[in-house]
Design a protein around this ligand. Structure first.
Ligand code: PSV
Ligand code: MN
Length: 411
């Protein structure tokens, strides 16, 4: 750190001490942060209207892990990579190659994401399909995913279902609920002790009339019925406009049922734009709830912090670095809340002072603190600039070029 950066850090440290913030503890927490980036975020993706391949986009699992490793190398806090079984691990050979590859690149495999939505048999659903053969295929794929998880030493099985209907009368809600419960039970029973099942919800798309796990309450009920290794996954894009996501997060934390996140941001629908890019204050308020649980644990098990974004117009690796830095910055701000003053203000029904505690933390420029943390972690103080001035991006654009059929949302 140069003199100016050191001076800025000391000034900030003074301000934070005056706000009852334990800065040494904040630095430790920031160094322990671990974010999981998605393999599919490095592959070509598209919209309903087309796929626009990018030069250098990853196709193979080896390329996806190599790109993810760059994000970790420059930020120091993204050591985990989520895999999507059909897109990344089509056969046993691909699975077998992964442990050595990941280890050589300094990353670890995070969640295993089965894919029970893209095959023809799932036209009318997977676990909610009236046809037992389709349900069997979906369960068998999830059972294979559990085995892959064991092989790759992953402790997390993440389930998302595209099941739903387009019209009233098309199917029976209660019948489908029972098919779901039975299929989930079979998969849950096959999981080893150290594995957690995360169940994602989504209120719309692709079903136009209903989706089978439409909100956190439905996910919650399925998880409760399964057992204590099933928890709710909150994808920030999967909420109707105006939903108070931080309230849901706090509620689930208190029930010890918050399993993890898919970070992204929505403006209109499930847009998968960069987390915090549309509503950074909402993201801060979500992190505020998470920090409260960290400071005053009430028993919620480990939360998985996963990114679920695709970049159509941004270049993928710099987009992902920007994402990881946004998450780091937001966590840092949430760690800077004056919790002593906030508790007093709440106790006195002083609404102005209480809100001001949150606004003050949100408005802190935490960059000097982050630079100090990065220097201590031996990663570049400005990870994005450092990546952009490396030759990795130009190298992959030159060597890989533009290809089609990339393993991800665009295939
Ligand atoms: C569905 O919208 C989703 O959020 C699920 O997590 C999928 O696994 C992911 O996006 C990629 O399609
Ligand atoms: Mn998701």
């Amino acid at each position: 750190m140069d003199d100016r950066a050191t001076q800025a850090y000391h000034l900030l440290e003074e301000t934070l001490h005056a706000r009852n913030v334990d800065v040494a503890a904040v630095r430790t927490a920031l160094k322990q942060q671990e974010i999981e980036t998605p393999s599919w975020g490095y592959a070509d993706s598209g919209t309903r209207f087309g796929v626009f391949p990018q030069s250098g986009a990853a196709v193979t699992i080896a390329e996806k892990l190599a790109d993810a490793a760059q994000v970790h190398k420059f930020t120091g806090i993204a050591p985990l990579v989520a895999t999507h079984v059909l897109w990344d691990l089509p056969d046993d050979a691909a699975v077998e190659s992964v442990p050595a590859l990941a280890a050589s690149l300094g990353v670890r495999i995070g969640s295993i994401n089965p894919n029970v939505f893209q095959d023809r048999e799932y036209w009318m659903g997977s676990f909610g399909n009236r046809n037992p053969a389709a349900r069997r295929k979906a369960v068998d794929h999830c059972l294979r995913s559990v085995e892959i998880g064991k092989q790759l030493k992953s402790g997390v099985l993440t389930l998302w279902f595209a099941d739903g209907t387009d019209y009233p009368g098309q199917s029976d809600f209660r019948e489908r609920k029972r098919w779901f419960q039975d299929c989930l039970h079979e998969v849950y029973a096959a999981m080893p002790d150290g594995m957690t099942m995360l169940v994602e919800y989504k209120p719309f798309e692709p079903g136009l009339y209903h989706t089978d796990i439409a909100d956190w309450g439905m996910s919650y009920v399925f998880c409760r019925n399964l057992g204590d290794r099933a928890r709710v996954l909150v994808d920030l894009g999967h909420h109707l406009p105006g939903t108070n996501i931080e309230h849901i997060v706090a509620f689930l934390l208190d029930e010890q049922l918050l399993g993890g996140f898919h970070f992204n941001n929505r403006k209109y629908a499930d847009d998968d734009v960069m987390v915090g890019s549309i509503n950074p204050y909402e993201f801060f308020l979500i992190y505020n709830e998470l920090v409260k649980e960290e400071l005053n644990p009430r028993g919620n098990p480990k939360v998985e912090y996963m990114v679920d974004q695709g970049f159509n117009t941004k270049k993928k690796i710099p987009g992902m670095i920007q994402t990881v830095l946004m998450i780091q910055r937001t966590y840092a701000k949430a760690l800077c809340v004056d919790r002593v003053r906030l508790a007093e203000a709440m106790g006195n029904h002083d609404v102005v002072a209480a809100e001001q505690c949150l606004l003050d933390a949100f408005n802190v420029d935490v960059e000097p603190l982050l630079r100090r943390v990065r220097a201590e972690m031996d990663v570049p103080e400005d990870p994005l600039a450092a990546f952009l001035s490396s030759c990795y991006q130009t190298g992959i654009e030159r060597d890989r070029g533009i290809r089609t059929g990339a393993g991800g949302l665009g295939q």
